[in-house]
Design a protein around this ligand. Structure first.
Ligand code: UD1
Length: 436
């Protein structure tokens, strides 16, 4: 049985939306629970497939996991974790297995980790993960499917050549118990990483920043645990997705549960594109200020514009009069969805040439530069969802068409957007999930 998303658009999105907990934080906290010697409780947990995939992997290792999606809570207890292998269930994978290397090495002195899956948006090598593990004294062997590791985690110097989110998190998870001091430089700074540091410090870990902004972790020899529930921060990608959809459809949305500090740059980009943005301590309201304007934007590690925002911004800019550009500098192959948008009426082209931006590591190699001719008139039809963030962008094209749009590969959307059908319906959209 396959699922299809059917959208009959033409109506502006209007109303209030409660932003769910961040996908990119909750799964990391679930992994962190394997470092703790007591049960660990997480609140504001989104009901998404990625949580189930991670829960399934942890259960295979002997971790007790109780997920109550109706209450948005999850309880984890790793005290009886008995297996040193992090493997996914049949046909299910995300990026999380490699993050278990550190906790498993700490507990068992060895680990076997299935190579991660997740969206195909670039090569997504694991060299930076293998690098920090080597710097912490670990021996590594790998084949096409898995990585075998053994050794005693010992503090070391980690100088990342690129600000990788996953590798920064992996280095933190591996170093909290490593003997001695670990210094991590050129680390990523995404809000979800700050939250992970916050939770690890609450658990008793010794983490600080030095005068050059490097993260210094002093390994501890006592067990870590957090006795109170931890609430996950609002999902910044979900928030920007709804804001972009509201703007594109000439709607008016009030979002609750999102922290402005996590989306400064994206809000500025929306404002430059023609958004009227009204912010209070409790909520952010986004509607149009006039006509939509074309823009040139580029993605980069936080606090610059996140690569996970570019897809919905691409559809938004396709409604502006004139030419826009998006320069993707984080993943080298993240524009495949544009072909699907073109099937629905988009006027996107891609190139390997970064002009008018300055050259980046993908120049003349990868199609990482998108040109957007607006306004595009989406006419409905069929398209295939290529990856998680593209899913919402394609749904936006459906919301912009008076005709019916059907999207396949809906599992990508459900992997990362909590109750997305219900939320869109509550904002007035005519969307349905159909089994075929
Ligand atoms: C995380 C997010 C994802 C987001 C991305 C960038 C999760 C579960 N996913 O993915 O939503 O789009 O950050 O903000 O949190 N790289 C290497 N070698 C490595 C690791 C990474 O070259 O060993 C490269 C990647 O190919 C990519 C860049 O570093 O070009 C950034 O990747 P990274 O920040 O690691 O992304 P993820 O942690 O996989």
């Amino acid at each position: 049985m396959t699922q299809i998303l059917r959208i009959k658009g033409g109506k502006p999105l209007k109303g209030k939306v409660k932003i769910s907990g961040a996908k990119n934080e909750v799964t990391k906290l679930m992994v962190a629970s394997t470092l703790f010697d007591r049960p660990f409780y997480i609140e504001n947990v989104p009901d998404i497939e990625d949580v189930r995939i991670t829960a399934d992997m942890l259960r295979r290792m002997g971790v007790d996991v109780a997920f109550r999606p109706d209450k948005h809570v999850i309880a984890l207890n790793a005290t009886r974790m008995s297996k040193h292998e992090a493997v996914f269930g049949e046909g299910k994978a995300n990026r999380l297995s490699i993050l278990l290397a550190g906790p498993l090495l700490h507990k068992f002195g060895k680990a076997v980790v299935e190579k991660p899956g997740g969206c195909r948006i670039g090569e997504r090598p694991l060299d930076l993960h293998l690098y920090y593990l080597k710097q912490l004294g670990i021996n590594i062997e790998e084949d096409d499917y898995q990585i075998s590791l053994n050794g005693k985690l010992t503090g070391g110097s980690i100088e990342f050549p690129y600000k990788s989110v996953g590798a920064t998190e992996g280095a933190l998870l591996a170093s909290v118990y490593a003997k001695g001091t670990t210094v991590i430089s050129n680390h990523a700074n995404e809000p979800e990483i700050i939250e992970l540091i916050k939770v690890l410090q609450q658990a008793g870990a010794m983490i600080e920043y030095d005068s050059e902004g490097r993260i210094k972790v002093t390994g501890v020899d006592y067990p870590l645990h957090v006795d109170h529930p931890i609430a996950v921060i609002g999902d910044r990608v979900e928030a920007i997705s709804y804001f972009a959809a509201a703007l594109a459809t000439n709607g008016d949305i009030i979002a609750e549960g999102i922290d402005q500090r996590h989306i400064f740059t994206a809000l500025a980009v929306l404002r430059r594109a023609g958004a009227k943005i009204d912010i209070t301590n409790e909520r952010i309201r986004v509607s149009r200020n006039g006509i939509l304007l074309p823009l040139n934007v580029e993605t980069d590690p936080h606090p610059a514009l996140a690569t996970d925002f570019q897809q919905v911004i691409a559809v938004l800019l396709s409604q502006a009069e004139g030419i826009s550009h998006i320069h993707e500098t984080v993943f080298e192959h993240r524009f495949t969805y544009l072909e699907q948008l073109n099937k629905l009426g988009g006027k996107f082209t891609v190139s390997t040439d970064c002009k008018p931006f300055k050259d980046c590591r993908f120049v003349n190699k990868n199609e990482h530069m998108a040109t957007i001719k607006g306004p595009a008139f989406y006419h409905g039809g069929e398209a295939e969802i290529t990856d998680l963030r593209a899913a919402f962008a394609l749904a936006m094209a459906g919301l912009l068409s008076d005709n019916v749009t059907t999207l396949t590969n809906v599992h990508h959307l459900l992997r990362g957007y909590d109750r997305v059908i219900q939320k869109l319906q509550s904002l007035g959209a005519n969307v349905e999930l159909e089994e075929s």
